[in-house]
Design a protein around this ligand. Structure first.
Ligand code: OSB
Ligand code: MG
Length: 368
């Protein structure tokens, strides 16, 4: 495909709920939407970077700068045949995975549209309903946490993930487990603990959690391995895994037994697939994480989740939980804890809602 231009659009979207994690509170989201124009086709990519450098050093602003000034100028005017070719043009860009992934996603979407193929098929997946759960932010009380978890189960979700932080952990988990003895329950610490908290984390072994997500530092594999040796509950790695090599090292060291896979964190679909393959070689389950995506990113997550190693419910819950109005026409709503992969046309299989996008847009730039 000959890449003609990129449009970089920034939108501000209000969240339907206050989302608190161990790294901060969010009530809205700045989202970058990348549109790639090539051979008369438009491909879309959503950048998952957050507004602040809490989850990752990447932010909406760093991604905007890197895409506008580094990635897009290199690609405009070039003939690019495959995602591999695109990634090799960007190979010397160290890090900035979320920026690269947004551009790579737009390329996959355009490429799949040119091939008249749904993205899931091009990725090598199998079409099936996608099991999803919900991620519940830190609440001020045990009661509020239990209430949110019960509402999630009543809405049909079969897996509940609770955000935890020191002092807001064992009591929350105990309360939810008592109210919901059979639900698939997990926790996500977003790096809020260190090895000296091992006794506290061991208390969680009593509640039959499916996993404890990213308890220790964002850049650590060594201490996670030590912690995993002392825990019965599997550790699931999120922030620590940025590449297929990280996945190999983490699984080889025993830093965790499960991987939360996010396209943006690992530089795009090609490498997400490689992380998936590494995990399969180790017999480790993966599941698709969420980054409070709008419609394009949410659709992308559902396509990725069709790969066979995605054997645990993902975080791609109903779009209406997050947004009053999504940026796509299709409604990505879970029923009985299952999402349908959108197939309203080739590629990502969704269409932009121009009205919602216009209203939410705060900045537009074009390269090329
Ligand atoms: O750690 O999985 C995480 C959201 C933003 C950044 C990091 C994380 C999350 C979530 C929310 O847990 C998942 C979602 O509902 O999109
Ligand atoms: Mg996480």
């Amino acid at each position: 495909m000959r890449i003609d231009s990129f449009e970089l659009r920034e939108m501000k979207m209000d969240l339907q709920f206050r989302f608190e994690t161990s790294f901060g509170v969010q009530t809205s989201r700045r989202i970058l939407l990348v549109t790639l124009h090539a051979d008369g086709i438009q491909g879309y990519g959503e950048c998952v970077a957050g507004d602040t450098p809490g989850y990752s050093y990447e932010t909406t602003d760093t991604c905007k700068t890197i895409i506008e000034n580094v990635l897009a100028p290199r690609l405009v005017g070039r003939e690019v045949a495959t995602p591999d070719a695109l990634l090799s043009i960007l190979a010397d860009v160290r890090g900035h995975n979320m920026a690269v992934a947004a551009v790579e996603m737009a390329f996959w979407d355009a490429w799949a549209k040119q091939l008249d193929t749904p993205l899931w098929q091009l990725l090598g997946g199998q079409l099936r309903p996608i099991p999803v759960g919900i991620s519940i932010g830190l609440q001020d009380s045990v009661e509020a946490t239990v209430e949110k978890a019960i509402a999630g189960v009543q809405a049909g979700y079969g897996r509940i993930k609770l955000k935890i932080a020191p002092g807001r952990d064992v009591d929350r988990v105990a309360g939810v487990r008592e109210a919901l003895p059979d639900v698939n329950l997990t926790v996500d610490a977003n790096s809020a603990y260190n090895l000296s908290d091992t006794p506290r984390l061991r208390e969680l072994d009593a509640f039959g959690l499916d996993y404890i997500e990213q308890p220790l530092a964002h850049d650590d594999l060594i201490d996670h391995a030590e912690l995993q040796r002392q825990l019965a509950t599997p550790v699931c790695l999120d922030e620590s895994i940025h590449s297929p090599e990280d996945a190999r090292k983490g699984l080889q060291l025993g830093s965790g037994r499960i991987i939360n896979l996010k396209v943006g964190r690992v530089r795009g679909f090609r490498d997400a697939r490689r992380v998936h393959d590494v995990a399969q070689a180790f017999g480790a389950p993966v599941w698709c994480g969420g980054m409070l995506e709008s419609g394009i990113g949410r659709a992308a997550n559902l396509h990725l989740s069709t790969l066979e190693g995605f054997s645990l419910p993902g975080d791609t819950s109903s779009a209406s939980r997050y947004w009053a109005d999504d940026i796509i026409e299709e409604s990505l709503e879970a029923r009985n804890g299952l999402q349908v992969v959108p197939e309203n046309g080739p590629g990502l299989g969704v269409h932009l809602n121009e009205r919602v996008i216009e209203d939410a847009t705060t900045d537009v730039r074009t390269v090329g």
